[in-house]
Design a protein around this ligand. Structure first.
Ligand code: DNO
Length: 391
């Protein structure tokens, strides 16, 4: 497996030098400075690439080229936006980068309710708490018909929680949910998010999936022509939020996407933490089924709770069998080698805990601390080495 690391850009508090010292050889990055929907210029890609290479690293994966909401709804200027997206893929291919991660989450990108969840060891983690989320949706955002999306029990708990909340807690929860997290797409106010939600709810799951397949039908041949492998990132969390349709949450969802447009360039980002937040997703089985179409992996673990809440655990701890998953990925790589295909799977330690040395540092992005990821990468590397040695 290729050890990679997410580096946002030159404003990232974690320097390329530190990343090289962590032992990663590859970089996962994105041109965040380009507004969503615009073409990524080849020149900007080449400048970013040479910065990375000067540090002795390689730019292996683009994460993400964000997909504009108008493409997801096929409204407004979507045809022009798709043309721009194709041109960005061509430019990425011409810059020599082989993988493009993207997602098709409606309205909100990855979502957590608590960015500083205290762990027993006094470090902190990211958490998605169902009761907090329902309190926001039903009692703070006051979305129309929101209560129809949840059980009576959850609504009662959310009401009790909302009644205890201070104003400060309300605004913190609101900004965690709607202001957007690092690398995420979309930042809203209460009014703009409500309008966006209505539009997507009207589309429904079948409508959203059909729009994804139509988008892929246009971009995948272009990706193929320049040697780029598209890899869709799952919904995070992998279930409906705000009553919105979700189409990349389960093994069956992925099956529909990959078979919708059958091409090596139409692949998957296996994000263990996202898919693994559902107990009914079997990660090893996904590796076996989707095999050669797995182009990129995010290795991260979660502890799930009964009502749908979860928090991000140590990389080797939590409810997903990380050793089993890595074993399955190594087997997939050896199948590729047997066929003479030189495509090691890029992986990155996804997120990390916030530990003492960085806890007072104002610039650390939620989930993207240095030490937490350094620890995660070291543990994962240990597993990879041990399993590779055995084979
Ligand atoms: C969170 C990430 C997301 C992800 C994008 C993929 O840490 O997994 O930012 O990169 O949603 O398009």
């Amino acid at each position: 497996m290729l050890e990679t690391w997410r580096w946002f850009d030159s404003n990232d508090p974690i320097s390329l030098k530190k990343i090289a010292q962590a032992g990663a050889s590859g970089i996962v990055s994105s041109l965040n400075e380009i507004p969503t929907g615009d073409v990524w210029p080849l020149d900007n890609l080449l400048v970013r690439k040479s910065m990375i290479e000067e540090a002795g690293l390689t730019w292996d994966v683009v994460e993400s080229i964000p997909v504009h909401n108008d493409i997801k709804t096929r409204t407004g200027d979507f045809e022009k936006l798709i043309e721009n997206y194709k041109q960005s893929i061509v430019n990425v291919g011409n810059a020599g980068i082989k993988y493009v991660c993207y997602n098709f989450m409606p309205v909100v990108d990855w979502t957590r309710t608590n960015l500083d969840y205290l762990l027993e060891n006094t470090g902190s983690a990211l958490r998605f708490d169902m009761v907090d989320f329902v309190a926001y949706d039903v009692y703070i955002l006051c979305r129309k018909n929101a209560s129809a999306s949840y059980s009576d029990e959850l609504i009662a708990e959310a009401k009790a929680y909302f009644e205890r909340m201070s104003e400060e807690q309300v605004s913190m929860l609101e900004s965690n949910i709607i202001a957007g997290l690092p690398g995420g797409e979309g930042s809203y106010t209460r009014e703009t998010i409500k309008a966006a939600i209505e539009e997507f709810i009207a589309l429904g799951e079948d409508g959203l999936r059909a729009n994804l397949i139509k988008f892929l039908a246009e971009i995948v041949p272009v990706a193929e022509s320049v040697g780029v492998n598209m890899c869709i990132h799952p919904d995070d969390p992998p279930f409906s939020l705000f009553g919105l349709p979700r189409v990349v949450s389960t093994q069956d969802d992925v099956r529909k996407i990959l078979s919708g447009i059958d091409s090596q360039s139409n692949g998957l980002t296996l994000c263990a933490g996202s898919f693994g937040a559902r107990g009914d997703n079997n990660l090893e089985d996904m590796v076996k089924e989707f095999g050669s179409k797995i182009h990129f992996v995010h290795l991260r673990n979660v502890v799930r709770e009964d009502n749908g809440s979860f928090y991000e655990a140590e990389h080797l701890d939590g409810d997903n069998d990380m050793v089993g998953l890595i074993d399955a990925l190594l087997q997939e790589e050896s199948k590729r080698r047997e066929k003479g295909i030189n495509m090691p799977i890029p992986m990155r330690p996804d997120h990390g805990h916030l530990l003492e040395d960085e806890s007072a540092s104002p610039n650390v992005k939620p989930g993207y601390s240095y030490l937490g990821r350094l620890k995660g990468l070291a543990e994962l590397r240990g597993v990879i080495h041990a399993l590779s040695y055995r084979k």
